[in-house]
Unconditional design. Structure first.
Lengths: 186, 78
């Protein structure tokens, strides 16, 4: 009886090995390949690369906007862009909606939510560096304001950006301009 | 502009040199075919800085120093 059970076990083991060994080999081979080219086939997160991208993006932004706008971004973390029409302007934050406001009264008008997604994800991240995101908005807004606004999702103020923060930023901007002796006008 | 990378040089050359111009036109079309937008930063007559969005190579001023390609805008979080 015991001998029969052992023989059956050996046969079952041999059959299982015949089926499983090729599969295990294939699994290990696939894992080796994945490791060789980085997990999931994409280039993984590299803080050094992201930091270098941020530095390049800052240089690019600096070379495109004027000195005052560059200093504004460097010191305050956002840009103000005057609207084509009279009496309104925009605040451009990185990776946040564009906020339209009335400079004279600091009344907040709207939030325009817009992204610049790169669906190819060539470097493992779909996010532009912060200065690139600000520059993309600046170019689209100064180059084709109405086109950008048409594409954006329109929201009431306060949907994503805290109105208290925006008002604080507008106050910081006015203090910053006062300290620089610059004039707040389009 | 490339996510996770920042600025990448696509092509460079002198538009007054026919071979260079051909390569620049091809590179320009390739970027637009990939779905990117193109903009030329410039200084206006009153000294302000702004960008011109360009959709064809002919729209690029001959004296432009560079064209910046960036992903198309899309409506963000709803």
């Amino acid at each position: 009886m015991l001998l029969a059970l052992c023989a059956t076990g050996i046969v079952v083991g041999a059959l299982l090995a015949e089926v499983l060994i090729p599969r295990i080999d294939a699994f290990l081979e696939r894992r080796r390949e994945r490791r060789a080219r980085g997990e999931s086939g994409a280039i993984g997160y590299d803080p050094g690369r992201e930091r270098r991208a941020e530095q390049r993006a800052r240089q690019l932004l600096r070379s495109c906007v004027n000195n005052e706008e560059w200093a504004m971004y460097r010191d305050l973390g956002f840009l103000r862009v005057w609207g084509r029409g009279d009496g309104y302007a925009y605040l451009i934050y990185p990776h946040k909606p564009i906020v339209a406001f009335v400079p004279q009264t600091r009344e907040l008008l709207n939030e325009y939510c817009v992204e610049f997604p790169d669906l190819s994800r060539p470097y493992g991240s779909a996010r532009l560096p912060d200065p690139d995101h600000v520059l993309a908005k600046w170019m689209a807004l100064t180059g084709d304001e109405h086109g950008l606004i048409r594409r954006a999702n329109l929201h009431q103020p306060g949907r994503q950006v805290d109105p208290r923060q925006v008002r604080r930023d507008l106050w910081r901007l006015s203090e910053w301009e006062r300290a620089r002796g610059s004039v707040s006008a389009p | 502009m490339k996510p996770g990378h920042g600025e990448v040089l696509v092509a460079e050359g002198d538009v007054e040199v026919p071979e260079d111009e051909r390569e620049l036109v091809e590179a320009f079309r390739r970027q637009l075919d990939e779905g990117l937008w193109a903009a030329v930063p410039k200084t206006t007559r009153n000294g302000r800085r702004e960008a011109s969005m360009v959709k064809s190579f002919d729209e690029i001023p001959r004296d432009a120093e560079r064209v910046i390609f960036f992903p198309r805008a899309a409506g963000g979080a709803r």
